[in-house]
Design a protein around this ligand. Structure first.
Ligand code: BES
Ligand code: ZN
Length: 442
């Protein structure tokens, strides 16, 4: 493949911009610099702005006051690539196989944001843009976007716009145009479970001292009932039920339960009864354990009663659940169940509110027209399970609900080994950007 556009994507993916791992601090700067020089070469007015975390890249086309302004958001940070041994080719040495670019960040979000950048580049080479464009590209989305809201407050006037466009979600089916009109919110928590002052011989003390690993397992198990519903008191109190048209849209989703099971590599799906898998993922809140650690994990056996255990949870939220409320309810739940001889330390993590766009509004309709014109099919309207924490702040600070035009393949393996992005989606994304700018100009 010697398309220079694809070569640029490979170059972008080659930078290991892992925001969760401090050893990559230099790579975060390098990745922001890569974007700065790309946008500079396109003739944009570009700045790399410091934040207390990773830098934000801001790029603007020359502002014509007679034209509308579209802000395009994306992120250059990626998730940790581990476990490395499960990658067919190294995560930061991208390769094209079967028409897909394989590498960490290929679809989440480097391929998708680069499609927008290259769309603007092509449009600029064809003549004046139909709108003014602002690129806002951050380096902390995968760790909760902790510093972006403050940045937006500070630069509110400069970021003023008429619409916000994002491609950071998944298509309902391969090649099927998709407008993601709802995303779940998120609330993260880490629980440390302490017992004895040091690891003990499990024969000398076992039976007389509470085991933190057992306590952690009981706390984790207490999160759900046997039907998959979250068993924290008050967890569902604020949940808005799906509207009738949404349940109909969900039945029309090109994504079947069987396809979801196949992508996930399971023979049977599991979840809250009364809802299809598409509904469970998009419209119902959850509690997921993301990591557990305790005791001896090495080869062979070791008779130890560990001094501590830890587990990490994220709750996915739907309208109108609030991250702070859910974290407070979870804390009460764990404290109430904490057994004697065990001490808990509970740390609240990042949070983001659920997102909802009325797809029938004028901007939703413009996005749908752009999708239909490029893909030649009516777009699917989907509710997605993933989260983009800054979306609520876009509404509060910039006054617009974002348009989420999905470009990732349903089988993109975001956050997993062998993440990939079809070259076709990348090239279609470039055309989609141009169509979208035209539609939003009207
Ligand atoms: N691109 C995803 C969000 C996404 C994925 C939305 C799939 C819809 C479908 C984004 O990069 C992401 O992974 N967000 C994190 C946010 C978290 C770390 C605060 C997520 O959802 O886990
Ligand atoms: Zn992600």
């Amino acid at each position: 493949m010697n398309d220079p556009r694809v070569a640029e994507l490979l170059e972008f993916v080659r930078i290991p911009s892992v925001s969760a791992q401090s050893e990559h601090a230099g790579d975060m700067e390098r990745c922001a610099d890569w974007l700065v020089s790309k946008l500079l070469r396109m003739g944009l007015d570009v700045r790399k702005e410091k934040t207390p975390g990773n830098p934000v890249v801001l790029g603007k086309t020359a502002r014509d006051p007679a034209k509308k302004t579209v802000l395009i958001y994306g992120h250059y940070d990626v998730q940790p690539p581990e476990p490395l041994e499960l990658w067919t080719t190294p995560p930061f040495d991208p390769e094209i196989r079967d028409g897909r670019v394989y590498g960490r960040g290929a679809s989440d979000n480097k391929g998708q944001i680069l499609a927008h950048i290259l769309g603007v580049e092509e449009a600029l080479s064809e003549g004046p843009l139909p709108v003014n464009v602002i690129f806002l590209i951050e380096g902390e989305e995968e760790v909760g976007s902790a510093h972006l809201a403050e940045f937006m407050e500070k630069h509110r006037a400069e970021l003023a716009c008429d619409a916000i466009a994002i491609s950071d979600t998944g298509m309902a089916a391969e090649g099927h145009p998709t407008l993601s009109y709802a995303l779940r919110g998120i609330a993260a928590m880490e629980v440390r479970v302490y017992g004895p002052s040091h690891d003990l011989h499990s024969g000398i003390y076992g039976g007389a001292v509470a085991n933190p690993a057992t306590a952690a397992a009981r706390l984790i198990a207490s999160l759900h009932d046997s039907t998959g519903r979250v068993a924290i008191d008050g967890f569902y109190d604020a949940v808005q039920p799906m509207q009738d048209w949404e349940r109909i849209a969900a039945t029309e989703s090109p994504l079947s339960d069987a396809a979801i099971a196949e992508q996930a590599g399971v023979t049977e799906l599991f979840g809250e009864s009364g809802y299809s898998a598409v509904e469970r993922i998009g419209a119902r809140p959850t509690a997921e354990i993301n990591g557990i650690g305790s005791g001896y994990q090495g080869e062979g056996s070791k008779t130890v009663l560990p001094a501590e255990a830890t587990f990490k949870i994220t709750f996915r939220l739907v309208a109108n659940q609030k991250p702070e409320t859910i974290l407070a309810l979870a804390r009460q739940h764990f404290e109430k169940l904490c057994p004697p001889g065990i001490r808990l330390e509970i740390m609240d993590g990042h949070g983001g509110e659920p997102f909802f766009l009325n797809p029938r509004g004028s901007q939703g309709a413009a996005a749908c027209r752009a999708l239909e014109s490029v893909f030649g099919k009516k777009p699917a309207l989907t509710r997605e399970g993933g989260s983009i924490p800054i979306l609520a702040d876009f509404e509060k600070i910039l006054g617009h609900t974002a348009l989420l035009l999905a470009l990732a393949s349903p089988d993109c393996r975001a956050h997993s080994p062998n993440e990939n992005f079809p070259v076709e989606n990348f090239l279609t994304g470039i055309r989609l950007n141009k169509a979208l700018l035209r539609e939003l100009a009207g």
